[in-house]
Design a protein around this ligand. Structure first.
Ligand code: E4P
Length: 222
């Protein structure tokens, strides 16, 4: 599985880029708000300048499809390595499929986002134009947050995505390091991981008895 970085803090993005751990980046409006970004275009242009050779996803933030289309055109102009994130619906629950079809027919690389059901995955993949390169973001972590195991959803989504060449299944909403191993095992193409969890990769393969002792040492110090 390819690891992408999920966040909007430019310093952390540059850091993981230079460390060579990740092969792409995702952002969303909530992550940008958390990072205190007020100048979307300035942020996106800086990110593309610093990271010119890896996939970078930027999301539209309008709620009406006409404005979303304009934003999508603008986002596409940032660079060749940019994927336009289109949520599967707007906040009123109206389907984005007609817009996805329209943009995909123009040859844009899309990242269709906020999917939580296999039906959504099917209709999104169907809407993508042949010969285009796209990402389908399944929010496995948000599904798991409802008490539902996302395993079946991810397995089926991978199969649906791979029916259309050029379509990659991305595991979004990563909650823990274990998710990277799950995504890999289930055949996901990409998992996007917040920097806080990327940092925890240092713990992979650690001896569990040593970890037990370290834990007790901390209890003792505290
Ligand atoms: C990435 O593309 C998604 O926007 C992100 O992983 C969502 O994460 P969250 O569900 O933890 O907000």
């Amino acid at each position: 599985v390819k690891i992408y970085s999920d966040g909007a803090e430019i310093d952390k993005m540059k850091q993981v880029y230079n460390e060579g751990i990740v092969s792409g980046f995702t952002t969303n409006p909530s992550l940008m708000k958390q990072a205190g970004i007020t100048d979307y275009v300035g942020f996106a242009r800086e990110a593309v300048k610093e990271i010119p050779d890896m996939s970078l996803s930027f999301e539209v933030f309008a709620d009406d499809f006409e404005t979303m289309e304009k934003e999508a055109e603008k986002i596409a102009s940032f660079g060749k390595n940019v994927a336009i994130k289109i949520p599967i619906m707007n906040s009123l629950g109206e389907s984005s499929i007609p817009l996805i079809k329209k943009l995909s027919a123009r040859g844009y690389t899309l990242n269709v986002t906020a999917l939580m059901t296999i039906e959504q995955v099917r209709e999104a993949v169907e809407a993508l134009a042949p010969g285009t390169k796209n990402i389908i973001s399944v929010f496995a972590g948000r599904v798991a947050d409802t008490g539902v195991d996302p395993t079946e959803l991810v397995i089926e989504s991978v199969a649906v995505c791979h029916e259309k060449p050029g379509t990659e299944l991305l595991w979004a909403s990563t909650r823990e390091v274990l998710n990277i191993f799950q995504a890999d095992k289930l055949g996901a193409d990409i998992i996007t991981v917040p920097p806080s969890i990327i940092k925890k990769l240092e713990g992979v393969g650690k001896d569990l008895l040593d970890l037990s002792q370290e834990t007790v040492k901390i209890f003792n110090q505290d």
